[in-house]
Design a protein around this ligand. Sequence first.
Ligand code: AMP
Length: 112
Amino acid sequence: MSDCIFCKIVAGEIPARKMYEDDEVLAFWDIAPQAPVHFLVIPKKHIAAPVDVLEEDDKVIGKLIRIGAGLAAENGVADGFRVIFNNGRKAGQEVFHIHLHILGGREKPWRM
Ligand code: AMP
């Protein structure tokens, strides 16, 4: 989508601190980290939000978790990290290209 900031990152039109990339998935550090380790894992395909995931997307959505967990381990937080999808503005979603947040490195666990 032409007006989607994460599609622009995928296309290389705006910069990001990339961690991992293949033909389906991109991971990059969050620009405004909420934890010592905070990065995003996205499908290259534009899917706006979790509610828009189709059956054909099941595999790539699972891959986001697998890649995210591996990168969490590589970045020293294998023993504890959060895995979050926000869906909709009321839940805090600001970027409408589905993304998995991985957050780790805090001393105490988050409440939820
Ligand atoms: P959400 O609130 O779930 O939509 O999360 C969007 C996340 O994207 C926030 O944590 C932002 O800090 C992050 N973000 C927005 N723009 C960029 C960018 N250009 N590069 C990296 N992270 C970004």
